[in-house]
Design a protein around this ligand. Structure first.
Ligand code: ADP
Ligand code: MG
Length: 498
């Protein structure tokens, strides 16, 4: 057996070894067209590598490789597939440091608070799903005593997975691991802003998996993502990204009549009742808002409704906590907050902050301090902003910003808080903070969101179904049900014994 790849914790060096490639059919492969695009470190504006510029020809080659590898994989004993997927998880856990560093380099997410954590959750998700292979069960149905009637779970075939840049490793794991355990092959398209670490993950796990089973393409949405969704041999698409692109993907899938999973945007509410433990709620707002990820989360608790009796105290403590967070070089261990991903997102976030500043009555509380390091002068740093007294109709209060911008509103009574929390096109996550059990329970029933928590703000966890209502998407991820319902077909079989 050939030697396994060793961890390379020098991200610039690792980036250059990955430069210019997709990973198709078991090996690093340049784009058929020979074209590439730049991968940029958003903390310095340096070009760190090139990425292969994928198009429909590359999609054809990758889907063919997947289709070729899938039947033998599906025939393998289920637990053996699971063992191999768990083995991928263990292998990835040996590479947490290098993956964390590389994702910090290409996304600007701080290593200690975000990137390293994400790399370890990636590994854990493979281990979790690897253990679920034995659960690919059907049922027997008491249809007729003379007929043995049962359902069986069968793989779909080739799954197309499209991922965004904000948490590329976790989100790819939520797609690849259950798809594989269920007996499918996968073609992933990475986000154009963050192609390298995803590519490295696929290179690493290909040391364990048969060639062609998991392939990855880098490229842009219309040129590479769209032909993947439209490809006749792709039988299922799982997508995480914006609502706008989600609708395009869904339309193409509708033409082909194939199933989709869509994880889209959010503007998640957090209700803090007057009896809440304020410090705990402030801690929850910091996690919920993903301040350490510059707010770049579809789940960000960006609408915070605080009872008027504690509003000012809550805002003061929240501001003090965010002020104490350090913005700086994402690869520096002391950094809490890194950069925005790209110049486009940077402009978008700043335009929302401007809109908030111009909104009548709104007060902006800028937090933390811009880094002073001369190497970072071109870095896409944005000071976190807490808006108070902003109109609920102002665009920053209603629309997904995907930046470090939280709106804190005061409310007088519980009914008003619930109504305002639900007054959104989105429904991904929601939390309520209270010591009163009746209020908590009532809120869990009435909040329109796929993931509702009381007195905490946990992020995505293996074994808990995660996904949205309303414009936040379709389907669930991260659980056993996600694997069964989204990566298999259920077939009914009747054996007439008369
Ligand atoms: P954003 O650009 O705000 O990060 P997108 O939803 O545009 O969010 O991007 C998420 C993923 O979807 C990325 O990998 C992107 O390349 C891909 N994508 C964009 N447009 C399309 C499209 N028309 N078809 C398929 N994938 C697309
Ligand atoms: Mg886009």
């Amino acid at each position: 057996m050939s030697e396994r790849l060793q961890p390379n914790t020098n991200p610039a060096d690792l980036a250059s070894t990955l430069s210019g490639f997709h990973f198709i059919g078991g090996s690093l492969t340049p784009a058929r067209s020979g074209r590439t695009f730049d991968v940029i470190n958003p903390a310095t504006a340096d070009v760190v590598a090139k990425a292969a510029y994928g198009d429909a020809d590359d999609v054809d080659v990758a889907v063919a490789a997947a289709a070729k590898a899938q039947p033998a994989w599906a025939k393998m004993v289920a637990r053996q597939r699971g063992k191999l997927v768990a083995e991928c998880g263990r292998l990835l856990s040996d590479h947490v440091e290098e993956l964390g560093r590389l994702v910090a380099l290409e996304t600007g997410k701080a290593l200690r608070t975000e990137s390293r954590v994400e790399a370890s959750v990636l590994a854990d998700m493979f281990v979790y799903y690897g253990g679920l292979a034995s659960e690919l069960k059907g049922e027997t149905v008491p249809f007729n005593p003379d007929m043995l009637t049962m359902t069986v779970r069968e793989p779909i075939g080739v799954v197309g997975a499209i991922i965004p840049w904000n948490v590329p490793l976790l989100l790819m794991a939520l797609k690849i691991a259950p798809a594989l355990v269920a007996g499918n092959a996968v073609v992933i398209k990475s986000a154009e802003e963050a192609p390298l670490t995803a590519l490295r993950v696929i290179q690493l796990i290909n040391q364990v998996l048969p060639p062609g089973l998991v392939n990855i393409l880098s490229g842009f949405g219309p040129e590479c993502g769209a032909p993947l969704v439209a490809h006749p041999k792709v039988g299922k698409v799982t997508f995480t990204g914006s609502v706008e692109t989600g609708r395009i993907v869904y339309k193409t899938a509708a033409e082909k009549l194939i199933p989709v999973t869509l994880e889209l945007g959010g503007k998640s509410p957090m209700i803090v009742m007057g009896d809440a433990d304020i410090d705990r709620a402030v801690g929850g707002a910091i996690i919920g808002m993903r301040f350490t990820r510059q707010g770049q989360s579809c789940t960000a608790s960006s609408r915070i409704y605080v009872h008027e009796s504690i509003h000012d105290e809550f805002v003061a403590r929240l501001k003090a906590k965010v002020d104490a967070m350090k913005m700086g070089d994402p690869l520096d261990e002391s950094t809490d907050i890194g950069t925005i991903i790209s110049p486009d997102q940077y402009e978008k976030v700043r335009s929302y902050i401007r809109m908030g500043l111009e909104s009548p009555g709104a007060k902006a509380h800028a937090c933390s301090a811009m880094p002073t390091d001369a190497r970072l002068t071109k870095g896409l740093f944005v000071q976190p902003v807490i808006f108070t007294d902003i109109s609920p109709d102002a665009r920053p209060a209603r629309e997904e910003i995907f930046g470090p911008v939280a709106c804190v509103f005061r409310f007088k009574d519980y009914e008003e808080a619930i109504a305002r929390a639900n007054d959104s096109e989105y429904g991904l996550a929601a939390t309520i903070w209270t010591r009163d059990l009746r209020t908590a329970l009532d809120a869990t029933r009435r909040l329109e969101a796929g993931f509702v928590q009381v007195n905490q703000n946990l992020v995505v966890q293996p074994m808990l179904s995660y996904g949205g209502m309303k414009s936040s998407g379709l389907g669930r991820e991260a659980s056993l049900e996600a694997m069964l319902e989204h990566f298999t077909h259920k077939k009914t079989v009747i054996i007439n014994m008369t």
